[in-house]
Design a protein around this ligand. Structure first.
Ligand SMILES: NC(=O)c1ccc[n+]([C@@H]2O[C@H](COP(=O)([O-])OP(=O)(O)OC[C@H]3O[C@@H](n4cnc5c(N)ncnc54)[C@H](O)[C@@H]3O)[C@@H](O)[C@H]2O)c1
Length: 416
């Protein structure tokens, strides 16, 4: 498939160009669908009342009323400008929490009242369903969620829908060996991975997926089904703060042939996500997503000369900070003659404020990708994720930005 490769923007060697063409060929079905220039967007959010979900609800409401308040914070505002309308955007979803969305917004303390109050009317329209009964088995839960999805679609018949998975981090379980859907249904229960019923229901209803969680839902049997149903799927683990900057800095050090000798990363956060991550089984996936990325970028094992990895990542639940997450990085690196140098980075971030616009950006990408006939994993969205799905995802910051730009051009060629 001929693809426009913008060499000015890439500034890459021929290997990179071949790589990016391969990504873009991916599992495209070559079918062309109509532009969604006039289509509303419908976000279906699993975990809609959590810190990120409830912040996303306010972002969505603001986008529909005053796009100029949100668009400058979106990467897709430029890249997909003529492919998507900025509004309207609607949100629906599921959550166990039986408090109202307003109570949840207040409880998470991410946004002060004057920031969400102007959108009270829009927020009141966000329908959040109770998840399927825990007593239902996996096929039962998938069926129940699929009925919900069809009902949501009926409510917004013109809209292009996307599932955004914002469930809590779950313990990891290796499901890679499962061979087909019936084996998955018979051997795995929703309690093993609560995200699975949402993912399967979305795929069966033809709805593209953003997996913002660290949970590995993109197992081979799920990917196979997504390709079969023409559903693009992206993930895993939104790259919002510390890891985003780690990719930027590691890529910069690599570009200058400076050797990373050690990297110590500490996070303190006091929201539910932080509390949940105190369970080592639930934190395992997140820690591995945050850790593996450095060796992958550098192309060697950091700390090899010590016989042990000197890339350390720690997450601490620290209630006083709430959603205002803080991260420290100590980076030890070597120059010519092996002379040591060191760098300190202190990020005082806001977890959900960084995450919510990314989730909206990703939803916009997924609609455009589906429109362009793409299905299965989308490794080109590595810019947004700690552990991108699919093969040969770009590793360095420069490559991730270049590949993303290529993806936008490819979508534009196919749709316009
Ligand atoms: N904030 C960030 O910067 C960031 C970055 C990367 C990844 N993430 C991931 O995003 C996810 C959401 O983060 P958060 O801070 O909003 O977490 P949260 O704990 O505040 O929200 C999770 C929500 O999911 C709901 N929930 C739990 N089980 C459910 C089920 N089976 N069905 C429906 N709802 C259910 C909970 O009631 C809760 O409201 C987490 O997995 C987190 O690790 C967040």
């Amino acid at each position: 498939m001929p693809l426009a490769v913008d060499t000015d923007n890439c500034g890459q060697d021929p290997i990179f160009l071949i790589m990016s063409v391969t990504f873009l060929q991916g599992s495209s079905t070559m079918s062309m669908t109509k532009s969604s220039k006039s289509q509303p967007l419908l976000l279906m959010v699993a975990g809609a009342k959590g810190a990120v979900g409830s912040t996303l609800a306010v972002v969505v409401a603001a986008m529909s009323q005053r796009p100029e308040a949100i668009l400058p914070s979106l990467t897709t505002a430029q890249m997909l400008a003529d492919l998507l309308p900025s509004k309207p955007v609607h949100m629906v979803g599921w959550d166990w929490n039986d408090s109202s969305l307003f109570e949840c917004i207040k409880a998470h303390g991410v946004l002060s009242k004057e920031l969400w109050e102007p959108y009270e009317r829009e927020l009141a329209q966000v329908k959040v369903h109770v998840p399927p009964k825990a007593s239902l088995d996996l096929p039962g839960q998938v069926d129940s969620l699929k009925q919900d999805i069809l009902a949501f679609k009926k409510q917004y018949p013109q809209a292009a829908s996307v599932l955004i998975n914002l469930l809590p981090a779950a313990p990891t379980r290796d499901l890679n060996k499962l061979e087909n859907l019936s084996q998955l249904y018979s051997e795995v229960g929703p309690e093993d991975l609560p995200d699975l019923p949402y993912i399967l229901a979305a795929i069966l209803a033809g709805v593209p997926i953003v997996n913002f969680t660290p949970n590995q839902v993109e197992i081979p049997v799920v990917i196979k089904e997504a390709i079969k149903q023409g559903v693009p799927i992206s993930g895993r683990d939104g790259k919002t703060g510390q890891t985003y900057l780690k990719v930027v800095l590691a890529s910069a050090l690599k570009a200058r042939n400076l050797i990373v000798d050690g990297w110590y990363s500490l996070n303190i956060l006091g929201n539910e996500d932080g509390k949940n991550l105190m369970d080592p089984h639930r934190a395992a996936g997140k820690l591995s997503n945050k850790t593996d990325i450095l060796d992958d970028i550098m192309g060697y094992q950091v700390g090899e000369r010590y016989g042990v990895s000197s890339h350390k990542v720690k997450i601490e639940y620290y209630p006083p900070r709430g959603d205002a997450k803080e991260a420290w990085d100590v980076i030890d690196f070597l120059g010519v003659f092996g002379l040591p140098m060191s760098l300190r980075l202190n990020l005082q971030g806001r977890d959900s404020i960084l995450a919510a616009p990314l989730a909206l950006d990703l939803a916009r990408w997924m609609v455009v990708l589906q429109m362009a006939g793409r299905s299965g994993p989308v490794p080109e969205l590595a810019f947004y994720y700690k552990r991108p799905v699919g093969h040969e995802a770009p590793l360095t910051f420069q490559d991730q930005v270049a590949v993303l730009r290529e993806l936008g051009l490819w979508c534009r060629e196919r749709i316009l």
